[in-house]
Write a protein that binds this ligand. Sequence first.
Ligand SMILES: CC(C)(COP(=O)(O)OP(=O)(O)OC[C@H]1O[C@@H](n2cnc3c(N)ncnc32)[C@H](O)[C@@H]1OP(=O)(O)O)[C@@H](O)C(=O)NCCC(=O)NCCS
Length: 190
Amino acid sequence: MAARNRLPPWHEHMRLRNGREVLIRPIRPEDAVPLRAGFALLQPEEVRQRFLHPVKELSVEMAERLTRPDPRREFALVAAEPLPPGEALVGAVARLAVDASDTDAEFAILVSHYVAGMGLGRHLMRRLVRWARGRRLRRLYGDVLESNQPMLGLAASLAFRRESAPTPGLVRMVLELPPPKPRAPLVATV
Ligand SMILES: CC(C)(COP(=O)(O)OP(=O)(O)OC[C@H]1O[C@@H](n2cnc3c(N)ncnc32)[C@H](O)[C@@H]1OP(=O)(O)O)[C@@H](O)C(=O)NCCC(=O)NCCS
């Protein structure tokens, strides 16, 4: 269950199925250090599922890049301990990046095994979709290893459909967003 009373935009408290409380919020530059520390505790398979190839460590440059999304084209949320950014451990990161089409965005998500299976993946994916709708994007997509049943199942349950991905061994999961309703014209009243 998520609560948003008196919090800044895109912030919400969420109680996980095991009773643990997390804060969902936009990623912050201060998250770079906890992100690098947390990365070392991930299992190689989780990392491969997220990055689609083995990654030994999150370099300083990569952590900086991930924690400073371009606000015009990217959106990234974390699920973190309810502590100040920099102190808080980060359990999950979900991001969208608008591609060169300007209408489509690619998603990527990693929920660490410490907090997986408790509803965070579904919640974060829904928030990415909400951001994309607000930006009037046309489609969301993400390339998923064809062996990654949890992500394929999650995406399918959110109405993403399968397409063949440009790379063998991957499935592209795609969500077409309905065209936004035209804004009502301003009618002068006399
Ligand atoms: C895939 C992933 C994001 C799911 O996150 P999560 O927080 O564990 O997911 P949730 O608890 O919200 O579960 C949502 C749905 O995912 C699917 N799912 C989750 N864990 C699953 C498992 N072990 N086996 C099969 N399906 C599973 C189910 O459809 C589930 O729906 P349900 O709760 O109604 O059964 C997470 O496992 C993860 O980060 N994996 C490693 C990185 C990755 O694969 N990223 C995707 C590529 S970008």
